[in-house]
Design a protein around this ligand. Structure first.
Ligand code: NAD
Ligand code: UDP
Length: 339
């Protein structure tokens, strides 16, 4: 099977390329580098042990997308490409809608023209919305409106894919709802490399550990949780990548629409994460409590039982391994890919 990996130079895409190649799939990797770089592709090629084809392309460009499908014989699209910063999406919502929706639509139109029927989509737990009971399971209705324009792009693409499955005979769409991906490849060669000051907890903590930032700010310590800080379901990016390989087996069964959480089923607090990372890097990391961050939910985690039942997939790596691997990546590459 030939798999087009869009956004394959990015954090989750690059780790997934390795697992796909390990599992024997042919990959065609594509990205426009809006949030990544060629060095990530070069390192991923090395870790894969093959020089897989790479195409620099902006998927909002339908003509270019169509030409890519002319050139390569693609069976399945794994769609990671997209803008993903929640805060930024509130500042430039129109650009987020344009990039994320146009990319998905170009791909779907090109797929239709070239009779490609399999689409695996990077969705997010954010589609469940603030009122969903915890743990989130797949039968919980999605929110009518997500808490950010970014989240709305995920909801809208989910709707588009659901309609495509209804309308296009033989079309399969797998919607994978990720919880909080963290960690890095065990080699320390690839990992998460955000530009500027990270918004997410794990890359921020890693930058403090490596001395690039002074202090961790923990947003809120008065939540109704065991230690007062928020709980999230952190999942190792390599486990997440393996979840995508498992999802291909579902596609092979002609699943039609298949929606699944990829999480561990365990909530971990911000303080617990900071402590685990301190252990990984061998020093107490400085932190202070700060005001709650607008829009944060106190706690959520996945019910992972459907993924186990349907995909035979369970996340195996624990919090300490996630932190150890991030520290390995960050300490080996203090400036990320621009060493
Ligand atoms: P990332 O930014 O590292 O990777 C996304 C890649 O897509 C980048 O390399 C970027 O250059 C590329 N891209 C963006 N727009 C493009 C376009 N128009 N054409 C071609 N390439 C384009 O992000 P990631 O963390 O690897 O996330 C991958 C996917 O998973 C995204 O769709 C994201 O929304 C989703 N997701 C991520 C998380 C998370 O916490 N990281 C959680 C849930 C869902
Ligand atoms: N967080 C924090 N300090 C930071 C970044 C994040 O305390 O510098 C907290 C945030 O409030 C949330 C958790 O860490 O409770 C995870 O945040 P992240 O942005 O990584 O993921 P989210 O679950 O918001 O998508």
């Amino acid at each position: 099977m030939n798999i087009l990996v869009t956004g394959g130079a990015g954090y989750i895409g690059s780790h997934t390329c390795i697992e796909l190649v390990k599992a024997g799939y042919n990959i065609i990797v594509a990205d426009n580098f809006v949030n990544s770089c060629m060095e990530a592709v070069n390192r991923t090629r090395k870790l894969c042990g093959i020089n897989f084809p790479f195409v620099e392309i902006d998927f909002t460009d339908y003509e270019a997308t169509d030409q890519l499908f002319d050139k390569y014989n693609i069976d399945t699209v794994m769609h990671f490409a997209g803008l993903k910063a929640v805060g930024e999406s509130c500042k430039i919502p129109v650009e987020y809608y344009k990039n994320n929706l146009d990319s998905a639509l170009s791909l779907l139109l090109a797929m239709k023209k070239h009779n490609v029927k399999n689409f695996i989509f990077s969705s997010s737990a954010t589609v469940y919305g603030a009122d969903a009971p915890i743990p989130y399971n797949e039968s919980t209705p999605v929110s009518r409106c997500a808490s950010s324009p970014y989240g709305n792009t995920k909801l809208m693409i989910e709707y588009i894919l659901k309609d495509a499955v209804k309308a296009i005979p033989g079309f399969n769409a797998v919607l994978l709802r990720y919880f909080n991906p963290v960690g890095a490849h065990e080699s320390g060669e690839i990992g998460e490399d955000p530009t500027g000051i990270p918004n997410n907890l794990m890359p921020y903590v890693a930058k403090v550990a490596v001395g690039k930032l002074d202090m961790i700010h923990i947003f809120g310590n008065d939540y109704d949780t065991p230690d007062g800080t928020c709980l999230r379901d952190y999942i190792h990016v390599v486990d997440l990548a393996k979840g995508h390989v498992a999802a291909i087996n579902k596609i092979k069964e002609d699943c039609g629409l298949f929606v699944c959480n990829l999480g561990t089923g365990k909530g971990t607090s911000v303080l617990e994460m900071v402590k685990a990372f301190s252990k990984s890097c061998g020093k107490e990391l400085p932190y202070e409590f700060a005001a709650r961050r607008t829009g944060d939910l106190p706690a959520f985690w996945a019910d992972p039982s459907y993924a186990k039942e349907q995909l035979g997939w369970v996340a195996k790596k624990g919090i300490q391994e996630m932190c150890d691997d991030v520290w390995h990546w960050q300490s080996k590459n203090p400036n990320g890919y621009s060493n």
